[in-house]
Design a protein around this ligand. Structure first.
Ligand SMILES: [Cu+2]
Length: 158
């Protein structure tokens, strides 16, 4: 049920953005589906990557690191509502239990891109490397959709 709802949200977002699926990327028991980001506006130096991770194995795995050449730094973040204000914090890892699916989406878990070396433009794709504790590193292509509110765009980053 959780997966069905999330898939619907993802499809809705992709539909609105008018872009095709970026595809599936697999290593070991881990599959990463449809990584996407948003075009950045003006001089914004931050961006965020969203995607779906499925673990078809029978042991837990964790996304522990992310990297991309287009950003000075990529880190794992979680946004939460606290007292009516959206806040986000770094998280050390993103867990994907055996047989489970974890969705990174606006307002929740995401990969934060900081110190972007250039703006992200709608319709382009860029490569990112996602490192899992067990499955190892998976290179994915991230589709850039329409500009929109970047997660926690108004928040400060330490
Ligand atoms: Cu963030």
């Amino acid at each position: 049920m959780k997966y069905a709802v999330s898939a619907f949200v993802l499809l809705a977002v992709l539909g609105v953005a008018g872009i095709a699926s970026a595809g599936d990327f697999t290593a070991g028991d881990i599959t990463v589906n449809d990584p996407w980001s948003r075009a950045t506006a003006g001089a914004a130096r931050n961006g965020a990557v969203y995607l779906t991770i499925t673990n078809r194995g029978d042991t837990a795995d964790r996304l522990v690191a992310a990297a991309t050449e287009i950003a000075g730094m990529a880190s794992l973040h979680r946004s939460t509502m606290e007292g009516g204000v959206m806040k986000m914090r770094p998280v050390p890892a993103i867990a994907v239990g055996p047989g489970e699916t974890t969705v990174l989406k606006p307002g929740g878990l995401h990969i934060m891109l900081m110190n972007l070396k250039r703006p992200l433009e709608e319709g382009e794709m860029f490569a990112a490397d996602l490192t899992f504790e067990n499955a190892g590193t998976i290179r994915v292509r991230v589709m850039v959709g329409k500009a929109g509110a970047i997660d926690g765009g108004t928040m400060k980053h330490d």
